[in-house]
Design a binder for this molecule. Structure first.
Ligand SMILES: *Cc1c(COP(=O)(O)O)cnc(C)c1O
Length: 363
């Protein structure tokens, strides 16, 4: 039998009774949108992240769009982010009419290189979107210092990192706002689309609540052109159950990662590079190798799933051609795209399976 990159069915079976009860409870309640489950989830996520406010939205992409909108970012503005991330981190900047500006990444952690960030700031820059890639936080306190010097907003794209920490502070809690995705494959995943924004700023939270519901505070009185972006009661109920397991799942991922680190030591393969102040949650365990493509093939023929995150850096995506970037502009990100390979790393993966995977890689 093969080994998938992630086994969502196996995870469901470990919590089936709790999940089924939560879903049926919502069906029975007669409340399906903007109800008590969502409200409770908001409070629980805010507490989990150690912030005052959480605002539930339809998905992690909308979370970014709504924050950008709430900060008044639009045409004529620039927002700096990493080219080594999922498309949405920069797509959303373009969606609100602003211009994404990229900065290269650190060759060890693959997060934004904070030594190269400030040189990208111009008079048009309004915000920075640091991304906690693969579930390892970068130093957002340092990003906040840079931002303070230039009066910029910091939006943590923590879609891959709920529960990750940096010097004891959780992902999403340090920037002016933090956004999460609960897409099924994320480390806290719904059984559909869902997202969340966390912030200490009460005014921002209130504005986000208005924007997610058609720009409306009092029903049928619309202050602004808004969105329809809500986290439904069924997904909220599911996420509340899963949140109760998140710390143990994150810990299990760290244990699996440490096992791989050891099994692959001395193999010539580059294992995930760590910032010593970070406590990652391994949304993905990503290796790097010059022989990446043949490794992927070899694993595939042994029935082991692996996947390339990400095959094309954002500055070279067709959709961003109009920005005028060229190959060679961000060499670290470009090399990462040629070498990175995610291998199975999830709580239900067994030690036997890990040994089997490591053996094939070592060969
Ligand atoms: C998944 C992801 C998103 C988008 O989240 P959706 O819920 O799929 O809209 C944004 N940024 C990053 C880094 C992601 O990994």
């Amino acid at each position: 039998m093969g080994i998938p990159l992630l086994d969502l069915k196996a995870q469901y079976l470990t919590i089936k009774d709790e999940i089924d009860r939560a879903v049926l409870g919502v069906l029975d309640s007669g409340k399906y949108i903007l109800g008590p489950e969502m409200k409770a989830l908001e409070e629980e996520i805010a507490a989990y992240c150690g912030v005052k406010h959480a605002v539930a939205v339809g998905n992690g992409t909308d979370a970014l769009v709504l924050v950008l909108k709430a900060f008044g970012i639009g045409p004529g503005d620039e927002v700096i982010t990493t080219p080594f991330t999922f498309f949405a981190s920069a797509e959303t900047v373009a969606q609100v009419g602003a211009k994404p500006v990229f900065a290269d990444i650190d060759p060890v952690t693959l997060n934004l290189d904070l030594n190269r960030l400030e040189e990208k700031i111009s008079s048009k820059t309004k915000a920075i979107i640091p991304v906690h890639i693969f579930g390892q936080m970068l130093d957002v306190e340092r990003v906040m210092e840079i931002a303070a010097r230039h009066d910029l907003k910091v939006i943590e794209d923590a879609a891959q990192g709920i529960g990750a920490e940096y010097r004891g502070r959780r992902a999403g809690s340090i920037g002016h706002a933090g956004t999460f995705s609960f897409f099924p494959t994320k480390n806290l995943g719904a059984y559909g689309d869902a997202g969340m924004i966390v912030t200490e700023d009460e005014h921002l939270a209130s504005k986000l609540r208005m924007l997610r519901f058609h720009g409306c505070r009092a029903k049928y009185y619309h202050e602004e052109i808004g969105y329809n972006s809500r986290l439904d009661e069924i997904q909220a109920g599911i996420l509340r159950v899963k949140l109760g397991h998140l710390d143990s799942w994150n810990e299990a991922r760290r244990v699996k990662a440490a096992v791989y680190d050891e099994l692959l030591a001395g193999s010539g393969i580059v294992v995930p590079g760590l910032d010593p102040a970070a406590k990652p949650i391994y949304h993905l365990y990503v290796l790097r190798s010059e022989k990446r493509d043949s490794l992927l093939e070899r694993l595939g023929s042994a029935g082991i799933a692996s996947a390339v995150y990400y095959p094309v850096p954002l500055h070279l995506q067709h959709a961003f051609k109009y920005l005028g970037y060229r190959e060679g502009d961000f060499p670290v990100a470009e090399t990462a795209c040629k070498q990175a390979l995610a291998i199975p790393c999830y709580p239900e993966l067994t030690l036997e399976q890990q040994k089997q995977i490591a053996q094939i890689i070592r060969q």
